[in-house]
Each structure stands twice: as structure tokens, then as C-alpha cells.
Write a protein that binds this ligand. Structure first.
Ligand SMILES: [Zn+2]
Length: 215
């Protein structure tokens, strides 16, 4: 266990310590790694630092959500009439009869990296949570139902996390989707209960998708 640094006791001058503190706010980065990254930047060239700063500061403006699934897409040039659609939604070789519902883009990429799932995605952008005040209208539920008007879609796989909120979200969605005559399945196999899906390794995740069961 790392002890949090005492206030005002930093060995480093403020500009350096500020950078270390910023890195420490990132997931998975402790004091040691944060300090190493800051020293690395201190020793790197001006252009390397500029490149990093620019990649960070323009990240949001250079990306758009896919108009179908909400995956991220590189922004088209300004005044382009194109509606942004991601490579997965544009790929005619993907199976358009099966839609997998995930909470976030990280989970989409975890499943995608395995290369085993050939259907399409729908990113909910969260999960229902009465405690946090997250209601269905704050998620991409309406958009999901709109997509399901496409008669090609025969199965919806609910890949929300096996947490209480994730399960409640899956149940809520299944009650909406089943009356439409679309098969609903839920991933199950090999995922420890209570775990956020974005932390599950790809092999486990793809087994979970393959081992899905009717829901
Ligand atoms: Zn897409």
C-alpha cells in the first residue's frame, strides 16, 4: 500500500509535482509510475511533449460518436456531409442479424479485440442505477429500440456487467425486446459476478459471448 504524500512535503518543485499528481489521477497509475512518466517527459524533446499535449487536448474534437452504435469515429473533415459511422457498422461482412448490447466503448473494444464476435454493437453509454439516479431515458435505450425496427435483427445479446445494476439493466432490456419477437440472450460463462466487464480479459469475455444463454 502506498501512503498518500503529505501535503506540502513534496521533494519536487511544484510544476513537476503537479504533473506527477495529474498522472496519478489516471487509472492504474501509482506514484512510482507517475514520477517515472514525468521524468521521461522532462528528458524528452520539445516536439515529443508538444505532440503528446496536442493529442490530449484535441482528443475530443477529433472524435465523434458513430451515429448507429456510438463507437468512436475519427471526425470527418469540416463541412463533410457524411454521417459518422464506425468501421464495424460500415463493414458489409459483419453479421447484421445479431446485436450485442454493451455498457461502454471499452467493452466493445475488449470483445472486438478477440476477433470472434462478427455481429454488430450497441453502446448503451451506462447502465441503470437507481442509487446513482440513472434512468432508462439517460441511456441509449430508445435508439436501441429504433435499431430493432430493422427486421434483419434476430438476436440481441445483453453483455452488461454481471453487477447488480448490470443485471437489472439486462432484465429491463429483455422485457422491452422480447415482446418484439427477437431472441434475447445473456452472456454468462466464466465471468466472476460483480466484476466490471471492461476489466475482464478478452478470452474470458469471448467465452462469455459464445456461452450465452436465452434470457
Ligand atoms: Zn458504429
Amino acid at each position: 500500500m502506498e501512503r498518500p504524500p503529505r501535503m506540502g512535503s513534496s521533494l519536487f518543485p511544484a510544476p513537476f509535482q503537479d504533473l506527477v499528481d495529474l498522472f496519478r489521477r489516471l487509472p492504474g497509475i501509482g506514484t512510482k509510475t507517475a514520477t517515472r512518466l514525468a521524468f521521461h517527459l522532462l528528458q524528452s524533446s520539445e516536439s515529443e511533449r508538444q505532440e503528446l499535449a496536442s493529442a490530449v487536448s484535441t482528443l475530443k474534437e477529433r472524435l465523434l460518436p458513430c451515429s448507429e452504435c456510438r463507437n468512436i469515429v475519427a471526425s470527418p473533415p469540416p463541412e463533410s456531409p457524411e454521417v459518422p459511422r464506425c468501421a464495424i457498422c460500415l463493414d458489409p461482412a459483419r453479421d447484421s442479424t445479431i446485436l450485442i448490447v454493451v455498457e461502454d466503448i471499452q467493452t466493445l473494444y475488449s470483445i472486438e479485440k478477440s476477433g470472434e464476435f462478427r455481429g454488430r454493437y450497441h453502446v448503451l453509454e451506462g447502465r441503470l442505477s437507481p442509487l446513482e439516479g440513472i434512468a432508462p431515458e439517460m441511456l441509449r435505450v430508445r435508439e436501441l429500440l429504433q435499431r430493432l425496427e430493422n427486421p434483419d435483427i434476430r438476436e440481441v445479446v445483453l453483455a452488461t456487467s454481471p453487477t447488480t445494476d448490470g443485471e437489472a439493466t439486462a432484465l429491463y432490456l429483455s422485457r422491452l425486446v422480447k415482446p418484439l419477437g427477437i431472441r434475447v440472450s445473456r452472456i454468462a460463462f466464466g465471468i466472476p459476478v460483480g466484476l466490471e466487464l471492461e476489466y475482464v480479459d478478452e478470452v474470458t469475455l469471448i467465452r462469455a459471448v459464445e456461452g450465452r444463454h436465452p434470457f
